[in-house]
Design a protein around this ligand. Structure first.
Ligand code: BGC
Length: 409
């Protein structure tokens, strides 16, 4: 179908029942994740300290009340494996009771509950045994999933098994910037294989425990374009990279997936290179490398802002014939000057993809409150709600008003 309107001018209108919410992850907001591998590396001085984070472990109800107040009807949270199974085989019933309360509070605040089982942090014992480098790690994850499904199953509406397999393996096993700080092509491949299996095992564990509860994963897809539109080498490179990074994992796991969770952040132009294979031409900088003249079309992270990219990656997912939830989309913008436009345009493009037949069921902005941005610490500000980490005060940013502009028909 041809584009019939400019999505940026469209009134934000979504079908009734569409999930409109925000996403978060346990380690980034809860605080005191003392039995995790990340915490260990933080104490070793390899990573910024997360400490109390947003103290969401205690302030969850306040956060969900704010989510409701700004007009959201869903939240994606993650539960922390290191808190539920702090030692191998020892299940912490207090943590389970805690998450029960968290999930009940979400329900009371009118929020549909999407729960991620694993968002990058491992229990320290599991990391010591090689994490997802080993098959035992896959078994451990399946056991943990089964336990959670049995104990929290009635309080979860939608399950996400794992978060962004490629970002995890690239950061931890290729670039060596995230735990376990390794650089090995062999290991990164093995971890990818094991994560695919971990997803499938978790899918089966949830199904056998809970019957038809919907299960998916959060897949990070990038919108790639050839740098030179008519250069066949650039086009071929783009095709190959797109297949490997966007589709390989989905193709391996699609039979065990009720929906696709899409995390979209990146737009990338690829140029063929004889030595390196390819070069990325609109560099998505690392945090801190941003130059001033660039900042207009980039987030504070240095990442190019391209709302239309979400439409392109959504169309490319149509072939899987699955419902899609956008499980993350967002930007770091401490001044909150780019966020309103980004949100309106992004939602407009999501709507356009829906008009062209993509079955999108929900949009979860990353993230509700500013939080611990992994190896970049607390400086990047992704939140709809501003955090004062000294006082733990929350302040709703003006951009959050965009959610009240939406009508559901
Ligand atoms: C991750 C989040 C992270 C966000 C922004 C995603 O890759 O799932 O945990 O905070 O991107 O970097």
């Amino acid at each position: 179908m041809k584009m019939n309107h400019n999505p940026t001018e469209t009134k934000l209108q979504f079908p009734k029942g569409f999930l409109m919410g925000a996403a978060s992850a346990a380690h980034q907001v809860e605080g005191d994740n003392i039995n995790s591998d990340w915490w260990y590396w933080e104490q070793q001085g390899r990573l910024p300290k997360s400490g109390l984070a947003c103290d969401h472990y205690h302030k969850f109800d306040e956060d969900f009340a704010l989510a409701q107040q700004i007009g959201l009807n869903a939240m994606r949270i993650s539960i922390e494996w290191a808190k539920i199974e702090p030692e191998e085989g020892r299940w912490n019933s207090a943590a389970i009771e805690h998450y029960k309360k968290v999930l009940q509070s979400m329900k009371a605040r009118g929020l549909t509950r999407m729960v991620t089982l694993w968002h990058w942090t491992l229990p320290k014992w599991m990391a010591d045994k090689g994490g997802f480098e080993t098959h035992a790690g896959v078994e451990a994850f399946a056991r943990y999933t089964w336990f959670v499904a049995q104990n929290l199953g009635s309080e979860v509406d939608l399950w996400v098994t794992i978060n962004e397999p490629e970002v995890y393996t690239n950061g931890g096993y290729r670039q060596g910037i995230k735990p376990p700080f390794k650089k090995s092509l062999l290991l990164s491949r093995r971890v990818m294989q094991n994560l695919a299996e971990a997803h499938i095992r978790a899918y089966k564990a949830i199904k056998s425990s809970l019957g038809d509860a919907p299960v998916g994963m959060a897949k990070n897809n990038v919108y790639y374009e050839p740098y030179r539109k008519y250069n066949w080498l650039d086009r071929l490179t783009t095709y190959v990279v797109d297949q490997i990074s966007n589709h390989y994992f989905l193709e391996k796991t699609q039979k065990h997936m009720d929906f696709i969770g899409l995390n979209y952040y990146f737009y990338s132009k690829l140029k063929f290179d004889y030595k390196k294979g390819f070069e990325e031409m609109n560099h998505n900088f690392n945090y801190g490398q941003l130059s001033l003249e660039d900042s207009i079309n980039r987030s504070d992270m240095g990442w190019v802002l391209y709302p239309k990219g979400i439409y392109e990656v959504l169309l490319a997912l149509k072939k899987y014939r699955k419902p899609i939830y956008i499980t993350e989309s967002g930007l770091a913008d401490s001044t909150d000057t780019r966020r309103p436009k980004f949100l309106r345009e992004t939602l407009g493009w999501v709507r356009q993809a829906m008009d062209e037949g993509v079955d999108v069921k929900g949009y979860l902005y990353w993230t509700l409150t500013d939080n611990y941005e992994w190896q970049n610490g607390y400086e990047p500000r992704f939140g709809l709600i501003e955090m004062n980490y000294d006082t733990q005060e929350r302040k709703v940013r003006p951009s959050a008003k965009v959610f009240k502009e939406i009508t559901y028909v």
